[in-house]
Design a binder for this molecule. Structure first.
Ligand code: SAM
Length: 216
């Protein structure tokens, strides 16, 4: 249960200097990989955005420990690199606002999340109208939420939740094509690689956090 891991009561309480000892302690995390699994995306993004701090959030203890080891190993064999990525064990469905301030994040990733097929389990899905309110809160205006799945029904669900939310707008085809991160959603994640090996289809939904518009 959740009582087995410490939960910060607010973002100011999170000691990021432990996670990023080579940074100044003032720089804030900007990318969050939710349900990061084995950390493949973080590892790819680390060298692509060397000045951006990123964190993976993972519920499973052993998987989190594996990602920690993986990052430590990379830091050791590549001095000066991979200093900008880290991982925390947490339940992202409960504690996102404990970790991030309003408008702190510029990218959030929800890659190949668990499908929770049954209707009664839809409330366990990491994308839902209610949780999108939280994600909109921690995302900066202009920030991007990336989702992808190989489960068509879940893809439709994530898309319809995002489409129905007033604070998110779909990226255009041109925006998607010019975003170098998009291809990593499948090529850099362990789940995406598995799907690609099996020749499976994927269903992305990529949306931008927009300003609230008031219609009077
Ligand atoms: N994103 C990775 C990838 O694409 O390779 C992993 C995908 S895996 C199918 C889903 C991951 O989400 C699992 O590692 C699982 O433990 C994690 N997860 C599920 N619910 C979570 C939650 N509430 N908070 C954090 N992580 C969660």
């Amino acid at each position: 249960s959740d009582s087995h891991f410490p939960v910060p009561t607010c973002p100011a309480e999170v000691d990021y200097s432990i996670h990023y000892p080579q940074f100044d302690g003032l720089t804030k995390v900007q990318f969050a990989d939710i349900g990061c699994g084995f950390g493949g995306l973080l590892v790819s993004l680390a060298t692509l955005f060397p000045d951006t701090l990123m964190v993976g959030m993972e519920l499973r203890d052993k998987v989190t420990e594996y990602v920690k080891e993986r990052i430590n190993g990379l830091r050791t064999t590549n001095p000066g690199q991979y200093q900008n990525i880290s991982v925390v064990r947490t339940n992202s469905m409960k504690y996102i606002p404990n970790y991030f301030e309003k408008a702190q994040l510029t990218k959030m990733f929800f890659l190949f999340p668990d499908p929770h097929f049954k209707e009664k389990n839809h409330r366990r899905r990491v994308i839902s109208p209610h949780l999108l309110d939280e994600y909109a809160y921690v995302l900066k205006v202009g920030g991007i939420i990336y989702t992808i799945t190989d489960v068509e029904e879940l893809g439709e669900w994530m898309k319809s939740c995002l489409e129905g939310h007033p604070l998110f707008k779909a990226l255009t085809e041109e925006e998607i094509e010019s975003d170098q991160v998009v291809e990593l959603l499948t090529s850099a994640t362990e789940e995406g690689q598995k799907v690609a090996r099996n020749g499976g289809q994927t269903f992305p939904a990529i949306y931008r956090r927009i300003e609230a518009s008031f219609l009077f």
